[in-house]
Design a protein around this ligand. Structure first.
Ligand code: SAH
Ligand code: SF4
Ligand code: F3S
Length: 441
């Protein structure tokens, strides 16, 4: 008999980790455990970690260290570190965090319930072997909201970006079978979920025995009852006319692309091993915008990579000015042990990197605000998600191009519905929309 009845999961990192946490929740519930309302009440605490930047690891270490107090109060508590940092630091995690029981990397979640509930692994264990389609068990992840479901369609990454830890912690690219993908989406749609977000490290390099991303999108577009399809993150190297055509043809595929550019300097792109030039990136966006004029375009940018000169940085600023992203995630370069760039001596101080980052953020914030304002006066279809934080009487939703819209006086409307609105104003970066006619089909 086990005295483990409930679990709690804390998640750091990207949407893939959010998906994996839901997958783990579904596995543990399948084994008869219940999800606890908070960490204090749980018999098992899992911390799903990220290694992408030093800060992400520091935050995970601090959080796990803080869990010693729970262990003092509850002797049978089991603490499990999962995710990318588990893979990255392996059993070394026990050195600093002696109260951790298990360290389990992303390719070993299929053994989680055995580890936690079986007799085979008592004491401390780390499971970090890599490879194999271990997460494609056919199991659907637990739904964590009623509007949108994340679904992994591929895992791992075959690129070798010089700064990035992901290929080493997530392993080689593995695409999931279309049947499993449809089944998981259909399951969510049957429960009333209107939106799916397809996930992969380089989602548009999806290739299951010749069945590629564009074909997959077309098929998913035909799933009845599904209203919206998003995907993240595509890689520019795999962006082509076929992707433009699919996004143009498929009415449920949203007019939004999150396309990480990382830098506007060809010299830095080359050093980063990104496999495209500034000009190729810009040309693709021009072509996509020619077909989808109201495209929402977002990106990721790193400032202060090894060897980034003032001129290289200015190239990034000028690219941001030229492309005019709707928004961007912007990061200061964080050297990661085990990546190709790690052995190269940094050429900028933390202060210089930080100053460039702030300058970039200021520029992007101005553009983001302008892009939102440009939408005033337009009509858009939004998917209602739920009440706004400030006022429970008004609903908040998103346009296809990923802009937040609040709809005052939406008492008679329901989350999950698609409605047409006229955008009349903006508050902060949230648009205000007046409902025109319900068009839920
Ligand atoms: N697979 C995605 C990105 C995954 S990581 C892609 O290829 O686009 C998310 C973002 O974190 C990256 O786009 C990059 O901008 C940032 N990032 C990754 N490694 C980093 C590092 N060492 N330092 C700073 N930012 C980093
Ligand atoms: Fe990292 Fe590059 Fe792979 Fe993205 S494509 S996960 S940045 S190695
Ligand atoms: Fe972090 Fe792993 Fe995602 S390193 S960004 S959680 S794939």
């Amino acid at each position: 008999m086990t005295n483990l009845h409930s679990f709690f999961i804390t998640t750091f990192g990207c949407q893939m980790n959010v998906y994996d946490s839901n997958l783990i929740a579904s596995m543990l519930e399948g084994a008869g455990l219940a999800q606890a309302a908070n960490a204090e009440e749980a018999d098992i605490i899992l911390i799903n970690t990220c290694s992408v930047r030093g800060g992400a690891e520091d935050r995970a270490y601090a959080r796990i260290a803080g869990m010693r107090q729970y262990k003092k109060k509850k002797k049978h508590l089991v603490i499990v570190v999962v995710g990318c940092m588990a893979q990255n630091h392996k059993e070394h995690i026990f050195d600093e965090l002696e109260h951790v029981n298990y360290v389990i990397g992303p390719d070993n979640y299929n053994r989680l319930t055995d580890v936690l509930l079986g007799d085979e692994y008592s004491g401390k264990h780390s499971l970090t072997e890599q490879g194999g389609h271990n997460n494609y068990t056919g199991q659907a992840a637990k739904l964590d909201n009623t509007i949108s479901v994340n679904i992994a369609i591929m895992r791992g990454c075959n690129k070798k970006c010089a700064y990035c830890i992901v290929p080493s912690v997530r392993g080689k690219e593995e695409s999931r079978s279309p049947e499993d993908i449809y089944k998981e989406i259909q399951g969510a749609v049957n429960q009333g979920i209107p939106e799916v977000v397809l996930l992969g490290q380089t989602v548009n390099s999806y290739n299951y025995h010749g069945h590629r991303f564009a074909a997959l999108l077309r098929d998913i577009n035909n799933i009845r009852g599904l209203k919206r399809i998003r995907f993240t993150s595509p890689h520019p190297k795999h962006c082509n006319d076929e992707l433009i055509q699919v996004m143009t043809d498929c009415s449920n595929v949203c007019n939004h692309l999150h396309l990480p550019v990382q830098s506007g300097s060809n010299a830095i792109l080359k050093k980063m091993r990104r496999l495209y030039t500034r000009e190729e990136y810009i040309t693709f966006i021009q072509n996509l915008r020619a077909s989808i004029p109201r495209l929402g375009l977002t990106t990721d940018i790193i400032t202060g990579f090894v060897g980034e000169s003032q001129k290289d940085f200015e190239d990034t600023l000028s690219l941001v000015q030229e492309v005019r992203f709707d928004s961007a995630f912007m990061f200061s370069y964080s050297p990661r042990e085990g990546t190709p760039a790690y052995s190269e001596k940094e050429t900028l101080s933390e202060i210089e990197k930080g100053a460039r980052l702030r300058q970039l953020i200021t520029l992007q914030n101005t553009i983001s605000a302008e892009k939102v304002r440009e939408m005033i006066g337009m009509q858009e279809t939004i998917l209602l998600e739920g009440p706004s934080r400030q006022n429970k009487e008004e609903l908040i939703g998103k346009t296809s191009c990923f802009k937040k819209v609040v709809v005052p006086g939406s008492k008679n409307l329901n989350p999950g519905e698609l409605i047409k609105v006229k955008l009349v104003d903006v508050k902060g970066n949230t648009l205000i929309g007046n409902s025109i006619i319900a068009s839920d089909n």
